[in-house]
Design a protein. Structure first.
Length: 732
């Protein structure tokens, strides 16, 4: 009997063998099956069919049901996912299931839900409406159904109710039938709406270069300063792709960028545009997946996981803000969406465009090596000019909620001119700590050994690491004093202080606390775009991609912590964040100004950024990284382990290090660091340790992992600690 090899969503790097029942159709790779697994039923994905198994055939159980007649994965995407399971050293079953919508993981049909249609029966058509005169609603519904059948989802708009139709059904006058929705084809009606913006020379050159090779694989790094019109380049390139009847995938780093991106694309194209992000429910996500697969969606705009959407005719992938760390999955399967998107574009033989004002150092190095091709936009689009940048030395200046008097004075001037001011503070809540003024006690999350953040409005202390909460104490638990004072400034405190200082100016605060409800981000952005004097307060959610034409002053009020960090990537992140935030000023012809408050105006990073720009900074940091053998000139793999007693995790990683040291693949270029405590040594009640592996060759590192990975389960402590493997980590 044929043996079916099935991948299951379990943390085991293997597939499971089942027998194909007699008379059953042979399943294809990528189809789902229902199988017995232990004492329960499970959904699995077929990876192949053969005549042999490592186990005796009599020990194998038969599959229970074949759920799909065809693969759920396109051949190109199937190859990408199988490659990824090896590169990231993650179980195939969990990788494949990660790429599917939740409802498909649960075994729901991979097709649109049927539409239900109410219609008049022959008896109903022959019945006089006068016989229903005493049931007015039934009479009205019957009259409408004699004219035409009515879909169930139309009832509300036609002011009909389900009970009314059920009453008619009991009389035999109407009935209900299901109907599979017919696929729609947008290609025959595709059009470009409105007037196109006139491209400048740099934009036209970029569009021409990408269009010249839009029928084959090519990777383009579009480096454009903030406000240089990268989105207009995307739109112009897409015109050509969509006109050929092909589809497009647009990746954005976070949900906050999707409303304005959608608006720009819908304004330009008469074509169906779908969105994929974490705020959608399971049915909505499956709907987008199906429409893209059937070719009904022309464009899909989404965050990281949208990369795995199947397309009938994918023609291009665009990754906006390609440098953003949000593209790296930070738990379970730790893939990087940008890197897998490159691989998918190559498998699909289509172009991919990576856009950013502040490209990642990895992408710049790929340009140097000839893997990517470089396009530059060095001028702001239209009449917009680069903002003037100033450093404000805080030493000796009094501060109120983080604001200095010179900054407040500049804010008043810009607001008096009916312009908008953006205040950037990458710290939400009221204050990052609560202190006892009498004894020095600080409210601390015992599970993380980090300070609680004070959220005054909700009267809560919250840990931003494990999300635990507790009410604000009325007195110090250490000495009993009621003199509890907030320390430091968060966006909530800044909002309150500015309302006191400038009571007549409307204020919009955009952070995770104010945008948690569905649609709240769009509402807040609409307020800003109405124009006029206004203050915007925000975290890094505001730094990326947003176009605020009336913002003429951008102020960064507390960035000193980012200048001194144990993480070697912190300088790159700060430079990207500063450049992105500064780029929000002066984008629509109005002169812009950027003020950065700091106690360290002489810091070399600040000096390079202000006087030479991001590109000079990036080249300087690349040279430093090369000298000290850091990525992108070497490859990293990070093993993390956690425990509750702060002993077993360290011991496990020591056993793992000994295993690696004993490998015949170990050479002089292999460097091991650890075990050492993680930068955040405790989180959610667990103590965290890590072991870093470094080698200049990705291939050698992969061979070492492939050889070592199966042996880890033999280590005595492997089942007693929680451990993870992160290939190409971006956080320590």
């Amino acid at each position: 009997m044929p043996v079916v090899h099935v991948a299951l969503p379990v943390p085991l790097a293997r597939t499971f063998d089942y027998l194909l029942p007699a008379g059953a159709a042979t399943p294809v790779a990528g189809a789902r099956v229902s199988v017995p697994f232990g004492k329960r039923q499970a959904i699995g994905i077929v990876t192949g069919v053969s005549e042999h198994s490592e186990l005796p055939l009599e020990q194998l159980k038969p599959i229970l049901e074949l759920l799909d007649s065809e693969s759920l994965f396109l051949p190109s995407l199937w190859r990408v996912l199988n490659w990824a399971t090896g590169y990231y050293q993650y179980p195939l079953g969990e990788v494949l299931f990660h790429a599917l919508p939740t409802l498909l993981r649960q075994g729901k049909p991979a097709q649109d839900a049927p539409l239900w249609l109410w219609f008049a029966t022959e008896q109903g058509k022959a019945t006089s409406l006068d016989s229903l005169a005493r049931a007015r609603k039934q009479q009205q519904a019957m009259a409408a159904l004699i004219q035409r059948p009515i879909y169930r989802h139309e009832l509300k708009s036609l002011e009909m109710s389900e009970p009314t139709l059920q009453a008619l059904r009991q009389k035999g006058l109407v009935d209900l039938r299901s109907q599979q929705p017919a696929p729609t084809d947008w290609r025959s009606t595709f059009a470009v709406n409105g007037e196109r913006l006139k491209l400048n020379t740099e934009q036209a050159t970029a569009v021409g270069a990408i269009r010249s090779e839009d029928d084959t694989y090519s990777a383009w790094l579009l480096e454009g300063i903030t406000g240089s019109g990268k989105t207009e380049v995307y739109l112009s390139v897409l015109e050509n792709i969509l006109a050929k009847g092909k589809q497009a995938l647009i990746l954005v780093p976070e949900i906050g960028l999707t409303p304005q991106t959608i608006a720009r694309f819908k304004e330009r194209f008469n074509a169906p545009i779908d969105v994929l992000h974490s705020a959608l429910n399971d049915s909505e996500r499956l709907g987008v997946w199906l429409r893209a697969r059937q070719g009904e969606a022309a464009i899909v705009i989404g965050t990281r996981s949208a990369l795995f959407t199947p397309f009938a005719r994918l023609g291009i992938i665009i990754i906006d803000e390609e440098h953003d760390s949000s593209y790296k999955q930070q738990d379970s399967w730790r893939y990087h969406a940008r890197d897998l998107a490159i691989l998918r574009a190559r498998e699909e033989q289509i172009p991919i465009v990576l856009g950013s004002a502040t490209p990642s150092l990895e992408s710049l190095q790929n340009v140097r090596q000839g893997k990517y091709r470089h396009l530059s936009l060095t001028k702001r689009a239209g009449s917009a000019q680069l903002a003037k940048q100033h450093i404000l030395d805080l030493k000796g200046l009094p501060l109120t909620a983080g604001l200095s008097q010179p900054l407040v004075a500049r804010m008043r001037q810009h607001l008096q001119d009916n312009n908008q001011v953006l205040i950037f503070l990458n710290r939400r809540g009221f204050s990052p700590a609560l202190l006892c003024h009498e004894c020095g006690w600080i409210a601390e999350c015992q599970r993380c050994e980090r300070f609680y953040t004070l959220h005054q409005q909700q009267r809560q202390l919250r840990c931003h690491h494990c999300d635990s909460q507790r009410p604000i104490p009325h007195q110090c638990p250490s000495c009993g004093s009621t003199q509890l004072v907030p320390v430091g400034v968060g966006t909530e405190q800044l909002d309150g202080e500015l309302q006191r200082l400038l009571p007549d100016i409307p204020i919009t605060r955009i952070d995770r606390d104010t945008t948690s409800r569905k649609g709240s981000m769009e509402t807040l952005l609409d307020e800003v775009h109405r124009g006029g004097a206004r203050i915007l307060i925000g975290t890094q959610m505001l730094a990326k991609g947003h176009h605020f034409p009336d913002v003429t002053l951008v102020a960064l009020i507390d960035v000193d912590g980012a200048l001194f960090s144990a993480d070697f990537r912190s300088a790159e992140r700060f430079a990207q964040l500063y450049t992105q935030v500064a780029g929000r000023a002066g984008r629509a012809g109005k002169p812009g100004e950027v003020i950065l408050q700091t106690h360290h105006p002489e810091h070399p990073l600040l000096q390079t950024l202000l006087h030479q720009g991001y590109d000079a900074f990036a080249q300087q940091v690349l040279a430093e990284r090369q000298n000290v053998f850091l990525p992108p000139f070497t490859s990293h793999v990070l093993f993390r382990a956690e425990d509750h007693d702060n002993q077993q995790a360290q011991q496990f990683l020591m056993q793992l290090r000994n295993l690696l040291e004993a490998s015949p693949l170990k050479d002089e270029s292999l460097w091991l660091l650890g075990p050492v405590p993680a930068l955040q040594a405790k989180r959610a009640g667990r103590f965290r340790w890590q072991l870093l592996i470094q080698h200049p060759s990705k291939r050698v590192l992969q061979q070492l992992l492939t050889q070592t990975r199966p042996l880890i389960s033999t280590l005595p402590l492997s089942r007693k600690v929680k451990w993870t493997l992160d290939v190409d980590p971006i956080d320590s």
